[in-house]
Every structure is written in structure tokens, then in C-alpha cells.
Design a protein around this ligand. Sequence first.
Ligand SMILES: *[C@@H]1O[C@H](CO)[C@@H](O)[C@H](O)[C@H]1NC(C)=O
Ligand SMILES: *[C@@H]1O[C@H](CO)[C@@H](O)[C@H](O)[C@H]1NC(C)=O
Ligand SMILES: *[C@@H]1O[C@H](CO)[C@@H](O)[C@H](O)[C@H]1NC(C)=O
Length: 412
Amino acid sequence: MIDSLNLLVMFILILNCVVALNNGLAKTPPMGWMSWGRYRCNTDCDNYPTECISEDLFKAVADEFISGGYADVGYEYIIIDDCWMENERDYLGKLMPDYRRFPSGIENLSEYIHSYGLKFGMYENYGNVTCEGYPGSKYHIATDVQQFAEWKIDYLKLDGCFTLSKELDYGFPEFSKQLNKTGRPIVFSCSWPYYQEHIFNIMPQYELVKKYCNLWRNYHDISSSWQSIKNTINFYGKNHKRMASYAGSGHWNDPDMLMIGNPGLSVSQCRIQMAMWAILAAPLIMSNDLIHISKETKDILLNREIIAVDQDPLGIQGSMFKDIFGDLKIWTRPLIPVINDYNSYAIAFINMHDKVDRKISVNIYSLGLKSPDGYTIMDLFTGDELRNITPNDVLQINVNPMDIVFYKLIIL
Ligand SMILES: *[C@@H]1O[C@H](CO)[C@@H](O)[C@H](O)[C@H]1NC(C)=O
Ligand SMILES: *[C@@H]1O[C@H](CO)[C@@H](O)[C@H](O)[C@H]1NC(C)=O
Ligand SMILES: *[C@@H]1O[C@H](CO)[C@@H](O)[C@H](O)[C@H]1NC(C)=O
């Protein structure tokens, strides 16, 4: 018997061969680090020598990826966001890095990052200037893409500030085609649907986005505040049915950076972000201060079991099963192993209320977990295997205020 989930997976696989970007990249959601969420457009290296957008910052992140154990668990891409450029192009019309902040040049930084076996990414904007006012690519797509390939980048984030709505459907595909022409495999991250839905009020054509991009932003920039993370989670909760079907190997929805380890978030709020991003099959792109991060939040980022949920080879984005009282949310995501057409699952019980704890009893059959042989429950934050359970059993869950219970139910 083939159940409907497996039919769906087969259908998605067949569909992908036809209409998804086929550059062989982002088979699982990309993992890495990007400067924006933490360091924004800080160009003041005199007053903030270790916090400004400079080659020293990215080299320090690369060093920490190795010595801090981030590379060991899968973090790979180190990405420069906006504010790396000179204010003008050179006399040939080429992009130039700010020479005071990147004195050794981009190629040298690229080499430094690659020498560790890591990957290197950059940022541009499809518009005449970037969001922060540096030269944009609007009339320079082919030459800029060529330049990026010469600098040996592995990932390009393309933003959409200062564009007109009708230009987006031309600009993003054109970049994608030019990237392909270079012959260099470059992950393509698009802000395209975000601008459509939230700036221009038009529904994104995700079938088209998927054809040209490996990942794409759906919602506003994230920031280091609970409100921002909560709004993001609620947006995906409201729209999961509409968006989840476009996610899969090679093409992912991107709820934006992991803010874990930054001021403004409690440890339990960091746990919620990590778990939710894993449920959503989201790119795990951190933006934080890796040198001064607390041990507790670092452990969340390095949690191998949760990373394995995020990177699960089925590549199925999870969905919200239930929203109880508006603040207890149950999310599930199908995972390997698959036995006799039944899947394992990740299940998150999230209490968004900051004062009241929430108790719930759920029959796991009602959550879609129907394997007659049952499951082993693993607590994903501790890695402990708790007990075995069958579909008729009832799970009693108690979630502390503003906290999460995150389980993997491994099929027996
Ligand atoms: C480029 O990097 C190498 C080491 O990786 C260094 O020896 C060299 O001086 C750098 N070049 C420039 C122009 O800074
Ligand atoms: C960029 O485009 C915007 C809107 O089209 C325009 O107002 C602005 O003057 C342009 N800036 C430059 C530097 O060309
Ligand atoms: C370019 O596109 C073709 C056709 O989809 C694909 O086979 C090839 O791998 C792509 N090359 C790069 C570098 O993305």
C-alpha cells in the first residue's frame, strides 16, 4: 500500500525534474553565516574594529567555524551582506570592494575561506543601488555575475530594493541565467517573493521562483527580538499550506537568519527559533557574534539531532497541525527513516504565551503517526530516548511559558 504522503513525495520528485532550478546545489537547506542580522551596515572600523563589515570580520568567522566546531556539524557558507562596496564602480564599470575595509581584495578573502574547505557568498541588489545605497546591478547584470564568478563565490544573495514590481520577474530570472552561464556552481538566494507579497501586494508565483532560485525569502527581515521571530513563525503558520509544497531538495523557503546568540532573545526563545527552522526545512544561516556567544546558545546551534531534522533527506517542509488557544502550536514534519510506507516525525509543541504554561494530551494517531509497530520518542534538545509509544497511546505534554517541547518519533 502506498499512502498519500508517499504519493505526494513521488509527485514532488517528478515535478522537480521538470521545473526546479537544476544547478545541483542546496540538496539540503544551506547552512552558514551572514553578516546582516548582527552587523548590519556598520562601516565604522575606527570605532568598531571588530564589528564593522571588513575582511577581518569574515576571516574571524571562518577561523571560528573551524575552531568552534561549526564546520563539523555542517555550517559551510560565509556570506557578506550589503555594505562591502566602494560608493562607485571603477572606470570599467566593475564593482569594487571598499579598499580600506577589504585591503587584500575579495579574491584573497575568497581564497582564505576556501582554504578551510568552507564556501564563500556575497550580496547584490537588483535595482540601481543596494538597499544601503551602494552600486546596484540593474544595468550591469552580466558583468557583475562575471565578476562574482571570477571572485569564486559559491552563493549569491540577490535583494530587490528600488525595483518596480514588473522588473522583478525579469531581473531574478536573468541573474539566474547569467549565473548558469558562468559554469560555476553558485547557490542563488532570491528576495523576489518577499518584495512581491509584502512591498507590491502581489501573490508570488512560486512555480516561477522555484525554477530560478535555490532559496527565497517569503517574509520581512528578521531581527534580534522575540516580536520579529514570533511574527515570522505566525506568518509561516498562517500560510504553510500555500508555501510548503514549493520546498524540496534544491529549492527552499527562507524565513531568514538564525538570531540565536544575540542580545534580545532568551535561551528558550532561541530554542524555539532553532526547532521551528528545522521543522520548516529552513536554511540555517546564523548572524551573530561567534567569538562572544554564550555556551548555552552555542549548544543550541550545534545540536546535531536538530540539524539532522533540518537536513532530512526527504526534504519535506513541516506544517502546523494545530493552533490551540492561539498560543500553543503543534507542528509536525515527516522524516526518515521510512519503514513500510510509514515515516518518522519531528513534533514541536510551542507555547508562545509568556506567562501561562500549557498542558495538552494528544493521541499520536490523530497527529498522523499511524505505524502499528509504534515509535521511540527522542527529546531533541537532550538527545535522550524517553520511551516507546504506539499510535493509540496518548502523549501528555506540559510546555512552560514561552518554551518548546521538541520530539522526534522514530519509527520502530
Ligand atoms: C593574500 O593572501 C595571502 C595569504 O593567504 C597573503 O600572503 C597575501 O599577502 C595576500 N595578498 C594581499 C594583496 O593582501
Ligand atoms: C535609483 O532609482 C530610483 C527609483 O527608480 C531613483 O529615484 C534614484 O534616483 C536612482 N538612484 C540612482 C543613484 O540612480
Ligand atoms: C546550467 O543549467 C543546466 C540545465 O539546467 C544544468 O544542467 C547545469 O548544471 C547548470 N550549470 C550551472 C553551473 O549551474
